[in-house]
Design a protein around this ligand. Structure first.
Ligand SMILES: CC/C=C\C/C=C\C[C@@H](O)/C=C/C=C/C=C\[C@@H](O)CCCC(=O)O
Ligand SMILES: [Zn+2]
Length: 617
């Protein structure tokens, strides 16, 4: 039976904001670490778009709803909550008593201990070992397991929240903190407000033993106390990145830009939660070499958080634009050559991803059909890197950044606070350049191939390879030597590698990865030359271990398992577990390691790695 789109606007949401839309959420929740639940209520302010509509349709997942009330009169409202849990959770349909256009509905509910949006950590799983820890990850469609809501990015809401938690924990949200926490019994109540419109996937919460350090006029970094010094050092460039981003995108509207360093099981590099970007501790390399992720999250404050994809089939509008802006920030701060180098690295990463997904895989197109598909199953670097390659191609076509930079600012100003589809972007682009020489150029664009064809992009601009050439030459020399059986003396020296930056070493290894596997002998010689397995930088470690596994270098199996299980960032766990699985000798150890670690990971990581290992349906 073929799957159906759940609603006209969003294949992954039951909700119908085109009929009745939620405009504001007022949350009052209690965090209970014993039962691993949040319980309380949400008051939803709603507005009828269709005057005839008499029900409100929400998304929910594993929620126990105890009561729904008309907020003004406190009268009980009838509701139906779907009983069979699907990929997309359960539909919650609430019947209005009133006919007014604007009304408020209160839903009383409790989350499940297996809420897919939440991870509950015991004190032993934290750095300090003394306090429990809770964090959320709502993108793409997990907000429905935290609060009954219209869990579609086509709708935006403001929110307020009062959260009660054990008195010795700090609670933070993707919002502005309001006043000091208030002590009530052995708990404290923390208040927040988010006055800027956000899609549901940007709702976020954390509770733990957290301290903060100021790192800029509008920024603090939050972390467990033992991590704070390192984090403050690593992210000291944040304000400079924000200033560069404002130069590219326009004024920063969110007031605060704080960073939160999470425990290692946080599944992504970063998540652009407004006012409080969540980041993985794997960014803390000690030398600020991985802070392009912070530039990425800063870019999201405009592309994604202000101008939002209206469903996840248009995810490239969020991520392609964000990578494009991230690299503009890098260009402004470090020079154009670095912007080009980052794009070349992105192209290598994309080639590796498309090779492993398969070049005819429909999920490698820029606008995949997500009917019946869990967005988590389609996640890859494709919307990021193919999207940025497309935007750079357009920039080149219209005459370069002199023409495209003002367009970018105008696009953001025009669509900010709204949710859009790819057609809105194309129409605006054509309209913006209509009376310029670029109009004719835009007619040459093969929109259909860019948006709908799987595989690598139809074309790339000629990036300046001044910083990448050394990586390419070393990769060529080493590969040729490997292919000839390593007979002659090794053609690269310690000094060759010593002259490379961390990012260039990463790119050198990445380029080796998209070639046929190296021999074990080459791997051993590389290890002797540069002690690659001592390098702590997680991006280098990932690529080095993958090269070892692809070479079927047995000594690397325990090291790879240690790396993939010591944290839960999917960018690292998934390829390592996939490589282990694809090598028959390593497969049993991989399956065994997965069984041991999966309960320490967040749902999305356990689910996707489980699928990669063919142990989850
Ligand atoms: C074509 C793709 C369609 C839909 C995917 C939408 C959402 C995917 C969902 O799994 C959530 C993604 C959240 C991403 C958050 C942050 C990323 O930018 C992190 C990138 C990877 C990393 O650096 O670890
Ligand atoms: Zn992103």
């Amino acid at each position: 039976m073929s799957a159906e789109r759940l609603s006209p606007g969003d294949p992954n949401s039951f909700s119908r904001p085109d009929e009745v839309k939620v405009t504001h959420m007022d949350l009052e929740l209690d965090i209970d670490f014993d039962t691993k639940t949040l319980s309380g209520h949400v008051v939803l302010s709603v507005e009828k778009v269709n005057a005839e509509a008499n029900t409100l349709i929400l998304d929910s997942r594993d929620l126990t709803v105890s009561m729904v009330q008309d907020f003004e009169s406190k009268e009980l409202l009838k509701y139906e909550l779907g009983s069979s849990s699907t990929t997309f959770g359960e539909k919650l349909e609430i019947h209005f008593l009133r006919s007014q256009t604007k009304q408020k509905v209160a839903v009383h509910y409790t989350t499940s201990p297996k809420s897919t949006a939440l991870q509950w950590l015991s004190p032993e799983q934290t750095l300090g070992k003394k306090h429990s820890f809770l964090f959320s990850q709502c993108q793409a469609i997990h907000c429905r397991s935290l609060v009954p809501c219209q869990d579609t990015p086509s709708n935006k809401v403001t929110y307020e929240a009062k959260i009660s938690a054990p008195h010795d924990l700090t609670v933070l949200m993707s919002a502005i903190r309001q006043g000091e926490p208030i002590k009530v019994g052995d708990k404290k109540t923390h208040s927040f407000h988010q006055p800027v419109l956000i899609p549901s996937y940007l709702l976020a919460i954390v509770a733990g033993d957290l301290q903060s350090r100021q790192i800029g006029p509008r920024s603090h970094v939050w972390a467990e106390p033992a991590m704070l010094d390192k984090a403050a050092y690593e992210f000291a460039e944040t304000e400079a990145q924000l200033i560069a981003a404002e130069d590219v995108c326009g004024p920063y509207v969110w007031g605060v830009f704080d960073l939160l360093v999470l425990p290692p099981s946080f599944p992504f590099g970063g998540m652009e939660n407004p006012c409080l970007t969540f980041v993985t501790p794997t960014l803390i390399a000690g030398d600020r070499s991985l802070v392009d992720v912070i530039a990425h999250e800063i870019a999201h404050c405009w592309t994604g958080n202000l101008v939002t994809n209206s469903n996840f089939e248009h995810f490239w509008l969020n991520e392609g634009f964000t990578v494009f802006v991230e690299r503009k920030i890098i260009g402004r701060l470090h020079g154009e050559a670095f912007r080009h180098f980052a794009a070349i690295s992105g192209k290598t990463y994309l080639a590796d991803t498309i090779e492993s997904m398969g070049s005819t895989n429909p999920m490698t197109s820029l606008m995949p059909d997500l009917t019946g598909i869990d967005p988590d199953d389609s996640f890859s670097t494709v919307p990021y890197e193919k999207g940025q390659a497309f935007l750079w191609y357009l920039e080149d076509l219209v005459g370069g950044s002199g023409e495209f930079d003002p367009f970018l600012k105008s696009y953001i100003a025009n669509f900010q606070y709204r949710s859009i589809k790819t057609d809105d972007f194309v129409e605006y682009l054509k309209h913006y350049f209509q009376k310029t020489p670029a109009a004719e150029k835009l007619e040459q664009v093969d929109w259909d191939t860019w948006f709908h064809s799987p595989g690598m992009p139809p074309t790339f601009v000629n990036y300046d390879d001044s910083l990448a050439i050394a990586c390419k030459l070393l990769c060529q020399r080493l590969s040729e030597w490997n292919d000839k059986g390593c007979i002659e003396p090794m053609p690269i020296t310690f000094d060759d590698l010593k002259t490379l930056s961390t990012a260039q070493i990463q790119e050198f290894l990445a380029q080796l990865l998209i070639r046929p596997p190296l021999s074990c002998e080459t791997i051993k010689k590389m290890q002797e030359l540069y002690s690659f397995d001592k390098i702590q930088n997680a991006e280098i470690k990932l690529r080095w271990l993958r090269l070892c596994l692809r070479a079927q270098f047995k000594e690397a199996i325990p090291l790879a398992i240690e790396f993939a299980t010591s944290q839960g960032r999917m960018k690292y766990c998934r390829p390592i577990f996939r490589d282990l699985y694809n090598w028959e000798i390593a497969r049993p150890a991989a399956l065994d390691a997965y069984e041991k670690v999966k309960d320490n990971w967040m749902y999305v990581c356990a689910y996707t790695v489980g699928k990669d290992l063919h142990v989850v349906q």
